[in-house]
Design a protein around this ligand. Sequence first.
Ligand code: G3H
Length: 553
Amino acid sequence: MIPPIVTSYATREKIQDRVESLFPTADKIPDAFRIQTPVNQRQYLIDGELRYWDGDVEEVISPIHIQTDEGLVPATVGYFPMLSEQESLEALNAAVAAYRRGRGLWPTMSVGQRIDRVQEFSCRMKEKRDEVVKLLMWEIGKSYKDSQKEFDRTVGYIEDTIAALKDLDRVSSRFEISEGVIGQIRRAPLGVVLCMGPSNYPLNETFTLLIPALIMGNTVVMKLPRPGVLPCAPLLEAFQQAFPPGVVNTVYGSGRVVTPPLMASGEVSAFAFIGSSRAANSLEKQHPKLNRLRTVYGLEAKNPAIILFDADLDLAVKECILGTLSYNGQRCTALKILFVHSQIVDAFLEKLSKEISNLVIGMPWDDGVTITPLPEAGKTEYFTDLVDDAIREGAYVVNSGGGTVNATFFYPAVVYPVTPAMRIYSEEQFGPVIPVVPYDDIETPINYIVNSNYGQQVSIFGQDTDTIAALIDPLVNQVCRVNINSQCQRGPDTFPFTGRKDSAEGTLSVSDALRSFSIRTLVAAKENHLNKSLITQIVKERKSNFLSTDFIL
Ligand code: G3H
């Protein structure tokens, strides 16, 4: 196999120069994006109180480095509390007390009143947009545009959740009569929910768990991810002001210290987690009564793209760039391996490499930037190891400058031809390494998917209706979303987001999440004179929030 020639578009030296001069001197940071003083977050929310922490704190180091006379120095974004098991259990106790075994103010409140509180939170949240966006940029290196998108998508998700709950409530506000039994069926909360979102979407994905859990009447303990902890700091007051005491409680610190005691207490009724299956399984196991625990998980994935021999190459390359490199490939939904038909693989690699060389690399505030520094420690070393391993096994880095590193920055590397002997073939890289596997027989990518530990999504690129149709039917039983001539993605948020095997448990979407965080519950009565008059009176005099025909427009 001959490595394709792509160096004519951008020489390795030019890329190396761009990467070497990537980080700014302090005076080159635009005023609007400067962190004037590090955020010294000492507060945490328990039982409606913003408590002050004077114990150990952890420094939040930005992936953004500053050029100084002494060389590159990472910027400090701020500090956050390293709470102990004691504070974690206090947060749990506050949530347990607010739920009061289903008799608390929040779980018994009418749906309309809960919607009002969530709406109030959303209004207060919007006032903090600039602060949150800036912290996303500095703590996790997300571009300005994507950080704004993360914030606005979250606000949109809250609004859509309110609309979906109104719909659900309208449908449930009627009585059903069957076989001589009158019933009113609604959805009731589960109890205390432990919410843990991921570092790559610390605001959005945490809130896609938190908001539906709250609005359905559950009380919540929320553990913020590291990195990704500070963007929620400006919202603590909004939580405090919008919700009754104990309904939202926040926990910070080392996951190994603060989360196992929560699960071991047996008081958590639902565990909502986006992260690795290893962490999910190890925490879940701590719960003493697994039958009482509902789990809602978004886990790892290795979504493949299959580029058929008749694919529109310009379109396929455009979508594969988005799929592999949006937010540096740090998305659970990213395309993480590309199977390209051997008849077109050279042309595909040439176009892909050319497009990569045109991408803007730089700081999150740079106009049009796509590739930015990586927030997690050790990532550039890990990607270098993956690429070296592939090279040892016979692959090449196809694109000019691919794999060039500067501190926390890793220039995207297209690795080809990838074989099952290489780690990158099966490991979820979660970053800007793009493995390309040539194939002649369509069974090659299909077998890959069938035998994979993951089952989130796939993308198929091609133009022949028979071929595409023949792939759809077997693939929908392997993954949960088959994308045609489009990258893999979670959105739109009204669509179901889930996966098979080690990729997910439960389904999230605006409306599915409401179901995930609640249980169908009914009031039923045999249809006789006494029961009819009882129910009529309760409803007429609005004596119950549950047994009611009121609906919200
Ligand atoms: O990390 C996984 C996210 O859910 C991805 O969401 O596909 O909309 O970027 P997205």
